[in-house]
Design a protein around this ligand. Structure first.
Ligand code: C2E
Ligand code: MG
Ligand code: MG
Length: 384
């Protein structure tokens, strides 16, 4: 039974906090003290009026304060604190249930000691890998333009593992190709599921997959990509995109350029990930026929208080414009970062200040809620 916390404002569900009127299927656990049996995490932007209400002793870094709310009572009290005065968007944007994907965000998790390649191969074969999807949005129009698929490992002993625990150690091994292939296949499947079951019919949700140079440069990459794109329906390929990682590791720029052109001809745009970090990035931009750039989050993070980062972002944006490349800024951590990017003319962003990586089943609800109201950085008055 849907449970409306504040009439006309918002609801709490096991997926997200969303608009009551957007039909969020909100359910509160019957068991007192739990919210769908899960703790709730709060992500509060700097300057949030909620900061003063955080339980003591919770870590607070530059961008965020995070506090697991262990009880429904706690969540309700907190939501109630600002009651009718609070913009429902603030709630949507700052609070979500603690999915495994966000358990990782709880600061300072060391994770397991190095996992061997054999263990990683075993995990892949055992079906323990998962994908989460982080929305990319048009900051100006308040529209979702796609999602990035990010790999996770649901390890039976170590729990929910981020890629830093297993991707770097296989980057120079054929295993990265097997993992990448699984990611492509799963992302394509998910695109197909969304195409059939999205609540807004006909909604297209391009999914970007991270590709290691070693995988892209495989002789049969295009052949395999075609198979994933067209599986089941060659006339209706899924809207996949690629984000090329670690560009300095590209072995043969001319060969990579040929493959990227073939991708583009198949309707699969390729962007350069973490742009601005690799040395010789200008020669990559000159040689590789990419459609876009992901502006590295290290520069975006410094936008608000570092004039040099601001200058770098401004220059990278100008560079991208002259190469006719779309730019998506990574690491948009707060509404203030979004505003700063818009001021500089960057209209596309992704980051924890917009949405964390979400489970596939949570994405349609989040998209509906996001697009139903102006984003918190817009100058429009809050609804209601
Ligand atoms: P990336 O492709 O640059 O992905 C963005 C990373 O930034 C993600 O971390 C995402 O969760 C994180 N992020 C998003 N918003 C924010 C923010 O506002 N602040 C901060 N500090 N971080 C933010 P994740 O998922 O841990 O991925 C890390 C890296 O692992 C990726 O960086 C990519 O290099 C690699 N990776 C992820 N999935 C895959 C995959 O399927 N294949 C390969 N080969 N590598 C992958
Ligand atoms: Mg990426
Ligand atoms: Mg990146």
């Amino acid at each position: 039974m849907p449970h409306r916390l504040l009439p006309g404002h918002f609801t709490v569900s096991d997926q997200t906090i969303g608009w009551a009127d957007a039909g969020a299927h909100a359910l509160l656990d019957h068991e007192p003290g739990t919210l769908i049996g899960r703790p709730v995490h709060l992500l509060l932007g700097e300057g949030s009026p909620w900061l003063g209400h955080l339980p003591r002793g919770h870590a607070c870094d530059v961008d965020f304060a995070r506090a697991p709310l262990r009880t429904a009572g706690g969540a309700l009290r907190l939501l109630g604190l600002h009651g009718e005065r609070m913009d429902a968007r603030t709630v949507l944007w700052t609070c979500w249930p603690a999915l495994p994907a966000h358990g990782e965000a709880a600061a300072g998790q060391a994770g397991p000691a190095a996992l061997s390649r054999a263990q990683i191969a075993q995990g892949l074969a055992a079906g323990e890998f998962r994908l989460v999807y982080q929305p990319k949005v048009d900051l100006q129009e308040g529209r979702v333009i796609g999602a990035e698929a990010l790999v996770r490992w649901e390890h039976p002993e170590h729990g929910w593992l981020q890629p830093r625990h297993f991707v770097p150690s296989i980057e120079d091994d054929t295993l990265i190709e097997a993992v990448g292939d699984w990611v492509l296949q799963e992302a394509a499947r998910q695109c197909r599921r969304w195409a059939h079951a999205w609540t807004a019919p006909g909604r297209r949700m391009p999914v970007a997959v991270n590709i290691s140079p070693r995988h892209l440069e495989r002789a049969d990459f295009i052949e395999r990509l075609t198979r994933h794109l067209e599986a089941g329906d060659a006339t209706n390929p899924v809207p996949l995109e690629l984000e090329l990682l670690e560009t300095p590791a590209v072995q043969d720029l001319d060969e990579a350029a040929r493959i990227i052109t073939a991708c583009r001809d198949m309707g699969v745009p390729v962007t350069l990930d973490d742009f601005g970090t690799g040395y010789a990035m200008l020669s990559y931009l000159r040689t590789l026929p990419v459609s876009g750039l992901k502006l590295d989050r290290s520069y975006v993070g410094g936008l608000l208080d570092d004039v040099r980062d601001r200058a770098i972002v401004r220059s990278l944006l100008a560079l991208a414009r002259s190469f006719d490349c779309e730019v998506v800024a990574e690491g948009v951590a707060t509404p203030a970062h979004a505003r700063a990017l818009l001021e500089l003319g960057c209209t596309r962003g992704q980051g924890f200040g917009i949405a964390p990586p979400l489970r596939a089943e949570d994405l349609p609800g989040w998209v509906a809620a996001f697009e139903a109201a102006p984003p918190p950085w817009s100058s429009s008055p809050p609804p209601g």
